[in-house]
Design a protein around this ligand. Structure first.
Ligand code: 9MR
Length: 340
């Protein structure tokens, strides 16, 4: 009887402890979220609530959704996420003010001289940043401005507004001087010219006194991504002295979209090792530069990689299709506990 009581007590203690990933790290940790899933899906909401300390809107603060017509902003869904973040005590990260993608049709059709384009972009940035002033800790001000060869990506903004990156940072800063302002991009590993273009941008903005405070490294990587190349990106980024956000982490296991792919133990454990590597490297960054790590959505089922690339056999995150913790979750939390 005594033994049973002790065992019951022990198992109660263990289950009551149930550590969460957010408790195993000293920096903000989170994911992007979708407001419909937050509303409708309890398992999704529970993970967002218990596992994370930071949230990002996956889509609902982008131009296309937040500014659907020239004379109309729609903050409803963005506000839902911000309200959820506030109510559950999470930090909110803003994504994204200026991007070549997910632009509403009315902007694509817009006609005007340089002054008119500047006024359009300035008023977009300033209306959104002012709306969320004090509620959003940091903004991805400009997203994905460079091509792999380091040249400026042609876009509505690059084509019509000279120096649009610097201007965007300036405008965002004017509207919320307290917000941490990021340049966010993907795929710098193995692309030295793209990496260099970003470093040159940072140096140029700093030299001119333009407010930039952080670099977002998206980290849409693969199970085979070379660690020395990822480390080099981190090292070079740290040297800027800016805050570093691993802003859209996921690790693809079936990047070639093999229809017969089987997510077997070997690849799952290689993926877990890759997650460990990313976290351990991040933990070596000086604490003052750790803005945090954000996964790109919560479960494998919710990942953009399945829908966007029509790749049904992809499993890039830490929670499975039923929102259960994958072995990679356990491997990661155990390895983080031994480091802390
Ligand atoms: O995850 C987002 C997906 O739902 C959208 O359809 C897609 C549109 O391009 O954008 C995805 O998020 C992107 C992010 O905003 C910027 N970096 C790349 C992300 C994946 O495409």
């Amino acid at each position: 009887m005594k033994l049973i009581t002790i065992l019951l007590g022990l198992s109660y203690c263990l289950s009551a402890q149930k550590p969460h990933l957010k408790e195993a790290v000293k920096f903000p940790l989170g994911s992007s979220v979708n407001p419909r899933l937050l509303n409708e899906n309890e398992a999704y909401r529970n993970i967002a609530t218990t596992e994370w300390t930071s949230l990002t809107a996956e889509n609902h603060m982008k131009m296309m959704l937040i500014h659907p017509a020239a004379d109309r902003f729609d903050f409803s869904k963005g506000d839902e996420i911000v309200n959820f973040a506030t109510a559950s005590g999470k930090r909110m990260h803003g994504h994204t003010l200026v991007w070549h993608n997910q632009v509403p049709q009315w902007m694509k059709d817009f006609q005007g001289d340089q002054k008119a384009w500047e006024s359009l972009l300035k008023s977009h940035i300033q209306t959104v940043v002012s709306h969320y002033k004090g509620k959003i800790a940091g903004w991805d001000v400009v997203n994905e401005s460079f091509l792999d060869d380091g040249s400026l990506r042609p876009s509505l903004w690059a084509d019509h507004i000279p120096d649009y990156i610097a201007k965007s940072f300036q405008w965002a800063h004017e509207s919320d001087p307290g917000a941490i302002l990021f340049y966010n991009d993907y795929g710098q590993d193995g692309k030295p010219k793209k990496m260099q273009a970003i470093l040159d941008l940072v140096a140029d903005l700093k030299r001119r006194g333009i407010p930039i405070h952080g670099l977002g490294l998206q980290m849409h990587i693969n199970v085979d991504s070379k660690r020395n190349e990822l480390q080099e990106v981190l090292d070079k980024s740290i040297k800027t002295g800016l805050k570093i956000h691993l802003s859209e982490l996921d690790i693809a296991v079936n990047p070639k979209n093999n229809p017969d792919f089987i997510y077997e133990e070997k690849v799952a454990s290689a993926q877990a090792e890759q997650f460990n590597f990313v976290f351990k490297s991040y933990m070596k960054i000086p604490a003052a530069q750790q803005y945090g790590i954000t996964f790109w959505n919560i479960s494998d089922k919710d990942s953009w990689l399945r829908g966007y690339f029509k790749r049904p056999k992809e499993y890039p995150l830490l929670f499975d299709d039923k929102y259960a913790k994958k072995p990679a979750y356990t491997t990661l939390i155990n390895s983080l506990h031994t480091l802390n």
